[in-house]
Design a protein around this ligand. Structure first.
Ligand code: 5AD
Ligand code: SF4
Length: 479
């Protein structure tokens, strides 16, 4: 007998690729009262994979579930509703999720009423749904990145009909304000400033899974940050796939990312960070505002991807090695001591050894103080997935290892420059590995461990750095 679905709408990459001139509406979310009791007496658990964008989405998913009456449970096997918020960026991210999903077959046998849902970027890809339906029939709910606001409606329908439900939109939705949020952290918050991406780097699936660029209205962002300040938050991280394109889609006002930073500088929030930046769109005005300092932190994550112009061109990055280096020079001048981190892909299809060596020399030149490094992973539907890639797995790993060795050298150097200096640390809590140690991040985003006490949690304290290690700084609290 074939499966009966309440709804069944699967994704189309072709549709997702289109950038239609559709106006994006801003809608204030309100939950229908009939959904607000569905979860009473029941529990939920959200499992998140991927980037900060997904962490922020999961906070909204949890917020919605709590408003529906569900309470969070740590033991996932006991949850009445389990949601997997997935990532599609590389194949290994996807394999991990499938592995986890397999474990839930057993849990569902013990608890047949468990609702298992999957959402996020992976669901926006074309072949995933079919594969899940075939291999993981215990999944009841599949939705995507554009319809998180509909979660209450979906759960209501599943409870009522007991039928599975699949609904993916391949055209981005409107911007929802006032969604309930259950934040993971009491002092640091994610604040979405825009959604989607219009860059279309040839290796990347994100413009298809997250849709076109849509910026939140400045008033909505400032209102959210002001509310966070009221709630005692010390730090906000502004989120977007390409925050430097913030505001480009406004038709009624002229307001850029630099304007937003300037407005945030005036607010009494101790720390403002942002991610991710695109080197082409990072403009002089933003660099100038960063140079004014204040609450804008002296750290920038600026993904370079490759140090070779031919590869950058084939990646459709729209800047050259020279452009990138010139921005780094400006940044270092405007913000003395700035810490710069990056993302790099090795073994992009057709990358020659000389082209790879250009990446190594760029790392030496910039002296990145941290990097996420990846082996290129073909994503079906993206242009680069069709490019010929003659490298063997061994060669790819060799390149990655070599790159990591070079990066690690500068990680340590970047930490050593703080030895004997006093740094400001936002204390997050006890260190996981040592009962007596407390831990937090410095302004330059360095992990700092020091002996402290519970009353410091959530405060910004002065710590003298005693010793630098590769992955953290060891310090002493200044009383
Ligand atoms: N393969 C490997 N790495 C990728 N990234 C994005 N797409 C791919 C891919 N197909 C990396 C980029 C990006 C980071 C978030 O993930 O470096 O900046
Ligand atoms: Fe993964 Fe990209 Fe989606 Fe973030 S936006 S969850 S990195 S695919």
């Amino acid at each position: 007998m074939s499966k009966v679905y309440s709804r069944y709408q699967t994704p189309s990459l072709l549709k997702a690729r289109k950038r239609l001139g559709k106006t994006v509406e801003t809608i204030n979310y309100q939950m229908d009262s009939k959904y607000q009791t569905i979860g009473n007496g029941k529990t939920y658990c959200v499992k998140t994979y991927g980037c900060q964008g997904n962490l922020a989405d999961s906070e909204k998913i949890s917020g919605l579930l709590e408003r529906m009456g569900y309470t969070n449970v740590v033991e996932e096997e006991k949850a009445d509703v389990v949601l997997f918020n997935t990532c599609a960026i590389r194949e290994n991210a996807e394999n991990r999720i499938f592995g986890e999903l397999g474990r839930f077959v057993k849990y569902k046998k013990n608890n047949p009423n468990m609702i298992i849902g999957i959402c996020g970027c992976m669901m926006q890809e074309e072949n995933t749904i079919e594969m899940i339906n075939k291999k993981y029939p215990h999944v009841n709910l599949i939705f995507g990145t554009h319809n998180i606001d509909k979660l209450p409606e979906y759960l209501y329908e599943i409870e009522k009909t007991n039928n599975p439900l699949v609904e993916i939109f391949s055209i981005e939705g409107d911007i929802y304000e006032e969604l309930p949020v259950k934040r993971d952290h009491p002092y640091k918050a994610w604040v979405n400033i825009m959604y989607g991406c219009d860059e279309f780097c040839t290796y990347c699936i994100v413009p298809y899974t997250r849709g076109k660029e849509r910026s939140r209205k400045p008033e909505a962002i400032l209102k959210e940050v002001k509310a966070l300040i009221e709630d005692g938050y010390q730090e906000v991280t502004l989120l977007g796939q390409n925050v430097n394109a913030y505001g480009n889609d406004f038709t009624d006002i002229k307001y850029s990312f630099a304007d937003l930073l300037r407005d945030l500088q005036k607010l009494p929030i101790s720390r403002v960070r942002y991610t991710t930046s695109h080197p082409r769109d990072l403009d002089d005005e933003t660099i100038e505002v960063m140079g004014m300092g204040g609450n804008i932190m002296p750290h920038l994550h600026l993904p370079v991807q490759s140090g070779n112009n031919n590869i950058l061109k084939r990646m459709n990055r729209k800047y050259t090695r020279e452009d990138y280096l010139s921005k780094i020079k400006k940044l270092k001048k405007a913000v003395p001591g700035i810490s710069i981190t990056t993302d790099i892909i090795v073994a992009f299809p057709g990358e020659t050894i000389e082209e790879f060596e250009d990446t190594l020399s760029l790392v030496e030149e910039v002296k990145f103080e941290g990097a996420f490094t990846f082996i290129y992973s073909p994503r079906e539907g993206t242009p680069a997935a069709t490019y010929h890639n003659p490298l063997t797995e061994e060669q790819k790993h060799e390149r990655l290892n070599k790159l990591n060795e070079t990066i690690n050298k500068y990680y340590l150097e970047g930490n050593q420059r703080f030895e004997n200096q006093i740094v400001k640390v936002l204390v997050e809590g006890k260190s996981k590995n040592n009962e007596n140690m407390y831990t937090g991040y410095s302004e330059h985003n360095k992990l700092v461990n020091f002996e402290g006490s519970d009353d410091l949690i959530g405060k910004i304290v002065d710590v003298k750095v005693i010793k630098a290690y590769s992955w953290h700084l060891l310090g002493e609290l200044i009383k």
